[in-house]
Ligand binder design. Structure first.
Ligand code: FAD
Length: 381
């Protein structure tokens, strides 16, 4: 009998996991007792952290793309298809191009986040973003010709990917305009939905004084209700209206519809045990990365660590041993604080973050990490 492990989603979590499974279960794959399939709807693997640098002219969108089949071990069956339905009772998936259903013994959902700008009237038309490849490219054109006026960055929805990236953007923009002698002609405002500048109180406490020092205006309790692209205004549910000349919006996020349709969780996020990463509503289903609702940030580092845990658990399970590996909430992130400096945070379920003093060394470490990512995705680091 062959155990069929299906990994749905070939982003950070899915790719690291598929390679990890090939590594751990090589002998079983070779003798035909285990089969691993990775399903993704794009032939390319996309590394999203590159998009932060695109608006500042430092990276090209193509730098964040590589063909998936170059990154994934040959022992994994890579299929490019869009999965349309998950039936956890029958243990099978339907996909657009597949004639027959895809049967599984174990399923791992690694379907990431979906952007939903249409949830806020006027946002899609009025705001730019760097949370999508196309958005980052368009924003680059706007930013390069922006020499004076009011730049507003509004965090519209939480949770969103990489909670630090909006802070990074305003810190980089501040420095970038200063370096070009334009900062006195550009006002920068940052808005956040709750009473502080970041969801995590320790990171908020660290970031707020940097914003004050750099003359970055802050509007907290700002839950964007609508954008008027004609009048160039953004209005909050709390009744604050801001005029802008260039609006950068972090759009609301959700998971994917098929998760909600399968009864695995609301808004497309899978309800999981935050230590074992097993889905609460179905047997033999795991979730990793953004789609797993564990309460930790939607970050590539999280997806990576969780992939390692699920890889070990699945290897134990197919060998008939108890699965003992657990996820402890480990998250790490380099945070750009300008064009040439960065901080670093590392935390888990028990230990809160304590951002490191910004330095040029940490900035170069972040850039080096971004380069070495392609080895990480292959499972080589
Ligand atoms: C601007 C920006 C900067 C960031 N910076 C950082 C950073 O510095 N550090 C960090 O740790 N994280 C960062 N992140 C976050 C990080 O990119 C994500 O958290 C990470 O990609 C999540 O990995 P994942 O595997 O869960 O999902 P993804 O990497 O998004 O992969 C999901 C995959 O599933 C596929 N998929 C979805 N639905 C289907 C379907 N129905 N059928 C088939 N395939 C499907 C998608 O096409 C995609 O390939 C950043 C994100 C952004 C946008």
């Amino acid at each position: 009998m062959t155990d069929h492990i299906v990994v749905l989603g070939g982003g950070t979590g899915g790719t690291v996991l598929a390679n990890d499974l090939a590594d751990h279960l090589g002998p079983e794959i070779d003798d035909g007792s285990v089969e691993v399939t990775l399903l993704n709807d794009d032939p390319d693997h996309v590394y999203k952290p590159v998009w932060l640098y695109v608006p500042f002219g430092q990276r090209e969108p193509a730098d964040g793309r590589r063909p998936l089949d170059e990154l994934v071990d040959d022992r994994v069956d890579v299929r490019i298809d869009r999965v349309t339905d998950v039936d956890t009772d029958a243990k099978r998936l339907s996909a657009r191009e597949a004639v027959d259903p895809i049967e599984y013994d174990y399923l791992v959902l690694a379907t990431g986040s979906t952007l939903e700008p249409d949830r806020v009237p006027g946002l899609a038309e009025g705001a730019h973003d760097y949370y999508s490849e196309a958005g980052a490219e368009t924003l680059r054109e706007e930013l390069l010709s922006f020499t004076e006026g009011h730049l507003v960055l509004s965090v519209v929805g939480t949770p969103h990917m990489c909670p630090a990236a909006p802070l990074e953007f305003v810190f980089m923009a501040d420095d970038w305009f200063r370096e070009r002698g334009l900062r006195e002609d550009v006002d920068i405002t940052y808005t956040y939905p709750i009473q502080r500048v970041h969801g995590n109180p320790h990171i908020a406490e660290w970031a707020q004084p940097i914003m004050e020092e750099r003359d970055i205006e802050v509007e907290t309790f700002f839950n964007a209700e609508s954008v008027d692209p004609e009048a160039e205004t953004i209005t909050s549910m709390e009744g604050t209206e801001l005029d802008y000349d260039l609006l950068v919006g972090i759009p609301p996020h959700s998971g994917v519809d098929l998760v909600a349709d399968a009864g695995l969780g609301d808004d497309g996020w899978v309800d999981v045990d935050r230590h074992t990463l097993e889905a609460e509503a179905a047997e033999d289903v795991y979730a990793i990365g953004d789609t797993a609702d564990t309460g930790v940030p939607n970050a590539g580092s999280v997806a990576h660590y969780q992939a390692g845990v699920v890889g070990q658990r699945l290897a134990s399970e197919v060998r008939g041993r108890p699965a003992t590996a657990t996820y402890d909430g480990k998250t790490l992130c380099f945070v750009e604080t300008g064009m040439d400096a960065a901080s670093f945070v590392e935390f888990d379920y028990e230990t809160p973050p304590s951002p490191a003093p910004p330095s040029e060394k940490l900035h170069w470490s972040k850039l080096a990490y971004n380069e070495s990512y392609w080895l990480t995705a292959r499972g080589l680091l």
